[in-house]
Design a protein around this ligand. Sequence first.
Ligand SMILES: CC(C)(COP(=O)(O)OP(=O)(O)OC[C@H]1O[C@@H](n2cnc3c(N)ncnc32)[C@H](O)[C@@H]1OP(=O)(O)O)[C@@H](O)C(=O)NCCC(=O)NCCS
Length: 183
Amino acid sequence: MNPIYERSDVVTVRPARPGDAEAVRAIRNHAIEHSTALWTETPQSPAEGAVWFAAHLERGSALVAEVAGEVAGFAAYGPWRELTGYRHTVEDSVYVREGRQGLGIGSALLAALIASAREAGHHVVIAGIEAENTASVRLHERFGFEQVGTVREVGTKFGRWLDLTLMRLPLGRDGDAGGTTTD
Ligand SMILES: CC(C)(COP(=O)(O)OP(=O)(O)OC[C@H]1O[C@@H](n2cnc3c(N)ncnc32)[C@H](O)[C@@H]1OP(=O)(O)O)[C@@H](O)C(=O)NCCC(=O)NCCS
């Protein structure tokens, strides 16, 4: 499959495929174990990872970044909230493998993910970011996300309260508040 976005000949962003499942799970589990990016302390099992990944593959809502033939990061979007009235809004996630962060890979992934969500006809992208995650807030600001507000102490991990900063990006598809419902 052709790449969606190439930042340079070093980083290639392309749609995720089934063979990426374990690499993506490893990146996600590292974030679960070592950071407050994901608010759980329970790593994803291979079976749970496969179910989560399959949903993204079916929707076409996951991308990976390859560097030197290896998966260096991934980005995905999914429903922000489940009720059908929220069907035009998605929530994004972007994860770059430790050791590859700060090199532009997150930017390459988010640029491609936004283009993909717009192409799929979505109206707004939401990011829910732990308030002290400066890198993620900065990454999203770089692509025009605006901070909506910070909800104090709605999460907990590693024995402390966590604040959630919500950011919002309109995708410029303002003419259609209708569309088909899914239930
Ligand atoms: C957040 C994350 C996806 C950003 O991806 P990245 O490849 O490291 O970011 P980039 O190199 O593309 O840089 C994007 C912007 O963030 C800034 N940035 C990157 N790392 C940073 C850091 N540690 N502190 C502050 N700003 C940082 C960059 O300077 C850049 O901003 P600029 O355009 O003003 O220079 C990545 O660091 C990561 O995977 N972190 C762990 C998981 C995580 O927190 N995911 C997000 C959950 S909401």
